[in-house]
Design a protein around this ligand. Structure first.
Ligand SMILES: CCCCCCCCCCCC(=O)SCCNC(=O)CCNC(=O)[C@H](O)C(C)(C)COP(=O)(O)OP(=O)(O)OC[C@H]1O[C@@H](n2cnc3c(N)ncnc32)[C@H](O)[C@@H]1OP(=O)(O)O
Length: 132
């Protein structure tokens, strides 16, 4: 998808362009692909926040057709944290017009949570994200 990301304070911004592999309705990005990008890129925000966490709940409002081959802006930020509960937002827009808006509840976990996946993990959570 050519996702490019940068950190701006506590907000992570990026650009993404979907192509024909992500088509749902003719010429329009599949909603599942949009939800995947919004959820997955929240992972980078967690690295910025320094908090290992996983998605417990994700809801997406689809506000306008997401056109293929069109550069979009993705922005993610922390709205509120209450104990282990992280209330996160992720927005997708084209030329300042909202395309999709996600609200997610992430629950903080120990890094050991990810050992269930059977992969060898980097010991330092800060190293899990790409260098920005
Ligand atoms: C590029 C960088 C890469 C590095 C980035 C690497 C991270 C990438 C993450 C990417 C995002 C993903 O796709 S993660 C993959 C998809 N998600 C998952 O696999 C998560 C699967 N679910 C779980 O493992 C579990 O259910 C947990 C950990 C989420 C919660 O289990 P738990 O720890 O036992 O907590 P539990 O007692 O159930 O709940 C604690 C509190 O949260 C509330 N709670 C729990 N679930 C929910 C829910 N769905 N909706 C509302 N509230 C909930 C409970 O009512 C309770 O509230 P109260 O009574 O305390 O008030």
């Amino acid at each position: 998808m050519g996702l490019r990301l940068h950190v701006d304070g506590d907000c992570v911004r990026g650009n993404v362009t979907f192509d024909d592999r992500h088509e749902g309705a003719p010429g329009i990005v599949h909603g599942g692909a949009i939800a995947t990008v919004l959820d997955d890129t929240l992972g980078l925000l967690l690295v910025v926040l320094g908090t290992p966490a996983v998605t417990a709940n994700l809801s997406v409002d689809y506000r306008a057709p997401a056109l293929l081959q069109t550069e979009m802006i993705v922005e993610r930020w922390l709205e509120q944290r209450v104990d282990r509960k992280l209330h996160l937002r992720a927005d997708l827009s084209i030329d300042g017009q909202p395309v999709a808006q996600a609200r997610a509840l992430f629950l903080a976990v120990e890094v050991a949570h990810f050992e269930k996946g059977g992969r060898t993990l980097l010991p330092n959570w800060a190293d899990w994200g790409p260098s920005l």
